[in-house]
Ligand binder design. Structure first.
Ligand SMILES: Nc1ncnc2c1ncn2[C@@H]1O[C@H](COP(=O)(O)OP(=O)(O)O)[C@@H](O)[C@H]1O
Ligand SMILES: [Mg+2]
Length: 244
């Protein structure tokens, strides 16, 4: 049963009506608890697609269905994590995680999330006191605060060092599995896509479209150095090379 069904017949930016659309005929579904990876060359429209799914850009020809219900606009059922943590600098970590306009601040839930992302001791800290990895942990906890069905991640680890990135890849997978959250992960790290995703969509550019779907039928946790991961990584890379 799909949690999310996305159809973008066309997405254009107002540059001129003769321009190619940025996205054309993109269609995919996301099943409950699954992880979908999106890879493609820089500028092919990945962030645009994620913003559409997040309800941050209502100006497109198509539809986004959540549990079968067509919707446009931001939704508590969909959380987003960007490349930068985007924390409010004047709020503590706990206040950032529980920041929810018009709603009460559920302290017990904030504490649970902080513990799950490894920040139990840092709830009273300010964002400037955090390392890059800690700040991104806080951003992940904040995105989970509304108990979303779907979490969208736009190159969430690309500003982090390799070791921190590995820790956070494992963390996101574990936390999402625990809460039954479905994930869409945009990444330019092909290994990351194969390690985390159940299915990888390779996007082509101009117009952005799905050129290939590669299933990753491997159980978790997946070894970074396993031959199966290396094979699938090679398959995705060859597809990207073919497109460039
Ligand atoms: N707000 C905007 N106005 C006009 N063009 C945009 C806007 N946002 C993105 N674009 C263009 O759309 C294309 C896709 O951008 P983006 O979705 O950011 O790609 P990606 O995330 O895959 O690198 C690029 O050519 C970019 O310049
Ligand atoms: Mg992008």
């Amino acid at each position: 049963m799909s949690v999310l069904t996305v159809t973008v017949r066309a997405k254009r930016f107002p540059r001129g009506q003769w321009d190619l659309p940025v996205l054309q005929d993109v269609h995919f579904e996301l099943a409950a608890g699954r992880v979908l990876g999106l890879v493609g060359a820089s500028g092919c429209g990945k962030s645009t697609l994620l913003r559409i799914v997040a309800g941050l850009d209502p100006d497109f020809d198509g539809e986004v269905r959540l549990d079968g219900r067509a919707r446009r606009g931001p939704d508590r059922e969909i959380g987003v994590v960007f490349q930068e943590p985007r924390l409010f600098p004047w709020l503590t970590v706990a206040e950032n995680v529980g920041f929810d306009l018009g709603q009460g601040h559920d302290e017990a839930w904030v504490a649970t999330l902080l513990r799950e992302v490894g920040l139990a001791e840092l709830g009273d800290a300010l964002p400037r006191q955090l390392s890059g990895g800690q700040a991104q942990r806080a951003a992940i906890a904040r995105a989970l605060y509304t108990r979303p069905r779907v979490l969208l991640l736009d190159e969430p680890f690309s500003a982090l060092d390799a070791f921190t990135r590995m820790r956070l890849q494992d963390l996101v997978r574990e936390v999402a599995a625990r809460h039954g959250t479905s994930l869409i992960l945009v990444t330019h790290d092909v290994e990351e896509a194969v390690l985390l995703a159940d299915r990888v969509l390779v996007l082509g550019a101009a117009p952005g479209r799905v050129v290939r779907r590669i299933d990753v039928p491997l159980v978790h946790p997946r070894g970074r150095d396993s031959a199966a991961v290396a094979d699938l990584r090679g398959e995705v890379l060859r597809e990207l090379e073919r497109l460039s």
